[in-house]
Design a protein around this ligand. Structure first.
Ligand code: OAD
Length: 251
């Protein structure tokens, strides 16, 4: 894997870095992606498990599926890609990670400016009154719990198909994409909008846009640079080379 000097030069000059991550960055932590050949959507039906209609039709099944995924996320560890990204953040004044992932691995790796576009699987909220339950204290056992205030069904605090993204997070992501110097699109198929619009917005507004993905996506041709490799390998290498470059430049 070659990291071209132009990226190191641009990183050195950059003031504002905006990052979009997707399931691919957590693949090396053992968490399945969605659209790879063995991904979750090859085995499960997203409309049954990740939509309001699916929840209303079979809330127990949806709850169990998210409990199963939550256990995997909780038992997973951040990988070298998450950790390198958290280290990179320390080198810039403005460095924002907008993630489509619900696993909280960026937080656990030490990233500070993390914004969840699709919510997270760790917290829950009431389907009826919206009250948030940040801890697992609502969960008596693995069965679908009900809200202690209104009796409504508890659901995971994620964004399902057909639901709006948190508007404050989306606005911040859009504004960061418009004003950043460098945009990194990491481990995402760039298929799901509105998140997939962010790298396009960045490119249209003059950012240098880099994709990190072992596979070609529909965005690869638009990116200024496609680093074709696993994020757990590319990001640590990028960090190492940038630290060396910084040191040499300041001599
Ligand atoms: P996808 O499963 O669509 O895409 C994962 C991407 O990660 C693919 O392009 C892979 O090539 C890439 N990939 C695989 N292994 C990798 C590695 N080691 N390093 C880097 N990249 C790797 O996942 P997302 O783009 O995150 O939404 O999907 C977006 C949304 O669709 C998800 O947030 C989820 C899903 O439906 C909801 O559930 C609402």
């Amino acid at each position: 894997m070659e990291i071209p000097d132009i990226l190191l030069t641009k990183l050195k000059e950059a003031k504002h870095i905006s990052v979009l991550t997707g399931a691919g960055i957590s693949a090396e932590s053992g968490i399945s992606t969605f659209r790879d050949p063995d991904g979750l959507w090859s085995k499960f039906n997203p409309m049954e498990l990740a939509s309001i209609d699916g929840f209303l039709a079979n809330p127990e099944l949806v709850w169990e599926w998210y409990q199963y995924r939550k256990k995997i996320a909780n038992e997973a560890k951040p990988n070298s890609g998450h950790i390198a990204l958290a280290e990179l953040e320390k080198l810039f004044d403005a460095f924002y990670v907008f993630t489509q992932n619900v696993d909280r691995l960026h937080h656990r790796a030490g990233s500070k400016n993390v914004y969840e576009l699709h919510g997270n699987i760790i917290e829950n909220r009431c389907f009826d009154c919206g009250r948030q339950f940040k801890s697992d204290s609502v969960l008596a056992d693995n069965k679908l719990p009900v809200c202690s205030y209104c009796g409504g069904k508890i659901r995971p605090n994620v964004v399902w198909f057909g639901e709006s993204l948190p508007q404050d997070v989306l606005q911040l992501a859009d504004s960061s994409a418009r004003t950043c110097d460098i945009f990194l699109s990491i481990g995402t198929s760039a298929e799901v909008f509105p998140a997939a619009a962010l790298p396009i917005t960045a490119k249209q507004n003059g950012a240098y846009v880099v994709e990190i993905n072992p596979n070609v996506t529909s965005f690869s041709d638009t990116a200024d640079l496609h680093l074709q490799g696993a994020s757990g390998e590319v990001l640590p290498l990028l960090l190492e080379l940038f630290l060396k470059y910084n040191k040499n430049e300041s001599k």
